[in-house]
Design a protein around this ligand. Structure first.
Ligand SMILES: [Zn+2]
Ligand SMILES: [Zn+2]
Length: 245
């Protein structure tokens, strides 16, 4: 293994939180925590979101706190993700809006929780455990943004530079396969995607990805993954991309 490649990867790897489904079931005390399915975190005035295309209620899938950037003064809000499993939007910009949705709560707390919104009984509610881990960009991103690293991988294995990259990534302690995570780099299934903010037209930040989770009975197409984005400035502007094999 090339020492230079290892050192280059150590410089660009990022920390993220791995989300691990822990225990099935839901209890009011965990209403505002990071978790899968069951009743969505909701407050007094909230109404159940409905899909504008099929008219069915959206299903609550997952809620989490994005990694706060160092400069932020306040804690990050709870983000609650809903999705229409009848229309299965992939998040493209020409899709009719409202087939998926993220609601944001600045001061979520179990005392303010109102039960009954977003429940989809085909899923199993799960509490989650969070574990710090490290990730690297996709190889496609490496080729585009870090060409010197792609060159090193080609030097290590001209026939299989991606294999060389993955081996080196594992060696520096990074996860190279998609998993449900908060922060870090997206690990793509079908290759790089980005979303732009409809207001400022800037490329949104990646905030997390929701993998297919067997325990939860959650499956995106064929073992796919959902990627979530947020505008750095306009915090109520979100993007989504669903990719599967
Ligand atoms: Zn629908
Ligand atoms: Zn914006």
């Amino acid at each position: 293994m090339s020492e230079a490649l290892i050192n280059a990867l150590k410089k660009i790897k990022l920390e993220c939180q791995r989300v691990i489904p822990e225990k099935p079931g839901f209890a009011r005390l965990m209403a505002a925590e990071t978790r899968f399915a069951g009743p969505a975190y909701s407050e007094n005035e909230d109404i159940a979101p409905v899909c504008p295309v099929c008219g069915e209620k959206l299903s609550f899938v997952f809620q989490f706190y994005p990694q706060s950037d160092q400069k932020a003064l306040s804690a990050s809000p709870l983000l609650v993700f809903y999705y229409c499993f009848k229309c299965t939007p992939i998040g493209s910009e020409n899709e009719e809006p409202g087939q998926w949705l993220i609601r944001s709560y600045q001061t979520a707390a179990p005392e303010k929780f109102v039960d009954g919104i977003g429940v989809d009984t085909s899923f199993t509610a799960f509490s989650c455990q969070l574990a710090k881990t490290q990730v690297l960009p996709d190889y496609e991103t490496i080729e585009e943004k870090y060409p010197y690293i792609a060159e090193m991988c080609e030097e290590v294995d001209a026939d299989d530079p991606l294999g060389a990259y993955e081996d080196a990534g594992l060696e520096v302690g990074c996860e190279m396969e998609p998993f449900t995570s908060i922060g870090g780099y997206p690990i793509w299934i079908q290759g790089e995607a980005e979303r732009t903010c409809p207001i400022c037209k800037k490329i949104m930040d990646f905030i997390g990805q929701i993998d297919s989770q067997q325990e939860v009975q959650l499956m995106w197409g064929d073992a796919g993954c959902v990627y979530l984005f947020q505008c750095h400035e306009h915090h109520d502007q979100f993007g989504m991309e669903m990719q599967c094999f």
